[in-house]
Ligand binder design. Structure first.
Ligand code: SAH
Length: 221
C-alpha cells in the first residue's frame, strides 16, 4: 500500500498529527526532518505485539533483542546531522531500518550496516517494498565503518560506543558531521556531535540518551 492509498480517516490523520506535534514539542523543529518523518510510516518498522504503539514516542523492541529508537531521539539525531541532498551517509546500527528510511528521504545515498544478518535482511525487504532504492544495507561490524565506500559526509551511530570509534572518525569527510551516543551501556550516555575540521575534530555534547551497546563482530543470527 502506498502512502496515497493509506486510510486518511479521522483517526489515522489525527494519529499522524499527534505524532508530529510530539516531535515538535520535544525539539524537532527542522521542517525537512519533520517532512521526512511524516513520509515514513513507523508502523511498518515495528512488527508484532508492539505495532499498535508505533506512533507513541517510545523505543520499542524489535527482533534479535534490539530496539527501534524513540521517534523524538531519531528526530533530534537526524536534525543534528544536518543532512544535505547530495550527501552520502553511513548509519551504524540498521535495526528496524526506520532511521535509514528517514535518511533516505534527505540524502543522496545511505549505507547502513548491522551486525545482525536477520535485521539487515528484514530491513532490505522493507526498503524494496517502499521503493527506497538509495539505501544499501549490509551486515558488518560497523565499528570499522565501510573503508571501501568512505569517506562519508555524515555518519550516524545508533548504538552506544565507549568512545567515538577511530575508524569512523577517519572516514568522515572534512566538514563532515558524525552523531554518536557515547558512554557505558546502562549508565550515563550522551549524544555527541563530532564535526571534522581542517584543524581536527570538534565535539559537542547534545543531551543524555540511552541506547543498546555497540558490540564487536558479526552476530550468528
Ligand atoms: N537505527 C535503528 C535502531 C538501532 S538499535 C532503527 O532505526 O531501528 C542498535 C542496532 O545496532 C542493533 O540492531 C544492533 O544489532 C546494532 N549494532 C550494535 N553493534 C553493532 C556493530 N558493531 N556494528 C553494526 N551494528 C551494530
Amino acid at each position: 500500500m502506498s502512502e496515497n492509498d493509506a486510510p486518511q480517516d479521522g483517526s489515522a490523520a489525527e494519529q499522524k498529527m499527534r505524532f508530529l506535534f510530539a516531535l515538535r514539542s520535544r525539539g524537532v523543529t527542522d521542517s525537512r526532518v519533520l517532512s521526512a518523518m511524516e513520509a515514513v510510516d513507523r508502523g511498518l518498522f515495528v512488527r508484532g505485539l508492539f505495532a499498535e504503539r508505533a506512533y507513541e514516542d517510545m523505543p520499542l523492541p524489535i527482533p534479535c533483542g534490539q530496539t527501534i529508537s524513540q521517534p523524538s531521539v531519531v528526530g533530534i539525531m537526524t536534525q543534528a546531522l544536518n543532512v544535505q541532498p547530495r550527501d552520502t551517509v553511513l548509519e551504524v546500527g540498521t535495526g528496524s531500518g526506520y532511521q535509514a528510511a528517514i535518511l533516505a528521504h534527505l540524502a543522496r545515498r545511505v549505507y547502513t550496516v548491522d551486525r545482525h544478518r536477520r535485521l539487515v535482511r528484514e530491513a532490505q525487504e522493507l526498503f524494496r517494498e517502499l521503493g527506497l532504492v538509495n539505501i544499501v544495507a549490509m551486515s558488518a561490524d560497523g565499528s570499522f565503518g565501510l573503508p571501501e565506500t568512505a569517506p562519508f559526509d555524515r555518519i550516524i551511530v545508533t548504538a552506544a560506543a565507549e568512545d567515538p570509534p577511530g575508524p569512523l572518525l577517519a572516514q568522515l569527510k572534512l566538514g563532515g558531521i558524525m552523531v554518536v551516543p557515547v558512554g557505558q551501556s546502562d549508565t550515563v550516555q550522551h549524544l555527541i556531535k563530532v564535526t571534522r575540521l581542517a584543524t581536527g575534530y570538534d565535539y559537542e555534547e547534545l543531551r543524555p540518551v540511552r541506547f543498546v551497546p555497540l558490540l564487536e563482530g558479526i552476530s550468528s543470527e
